[in-house]
Design a protein around this ligand. Sequence first.
Ligand SMILES: Nc1nc2c(ncn2[C@@H]2O[C@H](COP(=O)(O)OP(=O)(O)OP(=O)(O)O)[C@@H](O)[C@H]2O)c(=O)[nH]1
Ligand SMILES: [Mg+2]
Length: 381
Amino acid sequence: MVFFWRRKTESAPESSSPSIPQQEAEKDVAEIVQEQPSPVVDAQPQPQETDSESQYLPADSEGEGSPEERPRGLFGKLKSALAQRIRKTREGLVGQIRAVIKAAGKVDEDLLERIEEILIKADVGPETTLRIIEEMREFEARGATAEELIAGFKGQLMGIVGKDHRPLTLPDVRPWVVLFVGVNGTGKTTTIGKLAAQLRKQGKKVMMVAGDTFRAAAVEQLHIWAERTGSVFVSKGMGADPAGVAFDALTQARAEGVDVVLIDTAGRLHTKTNLMEELKKIVRVVGKQLPGAPHDTLLVLDATTGQNAISQAKVFTEAIPVTGIVMTKLDGTAKGGVLIAIRNLFPIPVVKIGVGEGIDDLRDFNPQEFVDALFEDETAQ
Ligand SMILES: Nc1nc2c(ncn2[C@@H]2O[C@H](COP(=O)(O)OP(=O)(O)OP(=O)(O)O)[C@@H](O)[C@H]2O)c(=O)[nH]1
Ligand SMILES: [Mg+2]
């Protein structure tokens, strides 16, 4: 499998993208300038069948997590906060593997089969599980002890999630334009709100752009986050052409000296080709308006969807140049193993993780800290 990944910088303007020809970008911009202000809708609204509108409001919690995720007493306080948040994945993945290794006492084929089962159940995915098991066979071949296998497993995970890691950093460009993409309900808007809060704390002037023009509630949800974080809010209401909204927003951002522009997009089904075309159009238009932009395109994936996140990553990375992944909802799910699969299959760094609904529940993804948290051992204390 070959996946397309490219980190765009100002020195790598839009013309370097094979999927965004210059002519197309010029045509899009000409269209937008001509068509405004009449709204253009070239995709069907995505019905929100199961979600109540209230779920789109920012959570009141300030990152405390659910009671079961909170550290309990002195013992709990010894645990790292991250280990608490990813408790279910930690127990379902490393906890169980550690238990079967300890119970087996020796490394043999039977043990490797049990480990394989646990990895699959923890959503590490077939390809990545196979890779891990193949590497573990080498431990079996040289008669490794149970302890050596556990330590080796930690090294394997670190090798996968740490490979080509790159944190999300503010580049030396102004405005820094970040586009958020991902299917319905993964946490794009919430992540924009949380990231804006972090950037505001650093004294940055932040603009939020309502590029999800399918639902009135989506625009309002972003508006609430903008007010809550003291960010500039740009919207042209429901039904407006998202590329047009982004185009105007960048004009305003440059005029007002905005440091960071965060563009929200609709959570669309990746199976709808016209919707992916619309994302491509946003990328083209933004790049035409400001060469090098979007400087980062972050794909937001929901850990609770397990293996679906992999097919989403495939579709989005093939359509547009994704520079980083945000994996949300790692709190409260046992499916967090999908992060390992994603890192094994895509040469795209996970830059942020969502560990709760609160404004402070977005963390930098630090591979070492993540693996250490997965390996925190309650039974050892
Ligand atoms: N537990 C938990 N919930 C989260 C996290 N991130 C987002 N959510 C919740 O997920 C739900 C959907 O989040 P949104 O930000 O609206 O998702 P979206 O991708 O913008 O959705 P659409 O606009 O429909 O495409 C909300 O209830 C959020 O509070 C997270 O890290 N942990
Ligand atoms: Mg949204």
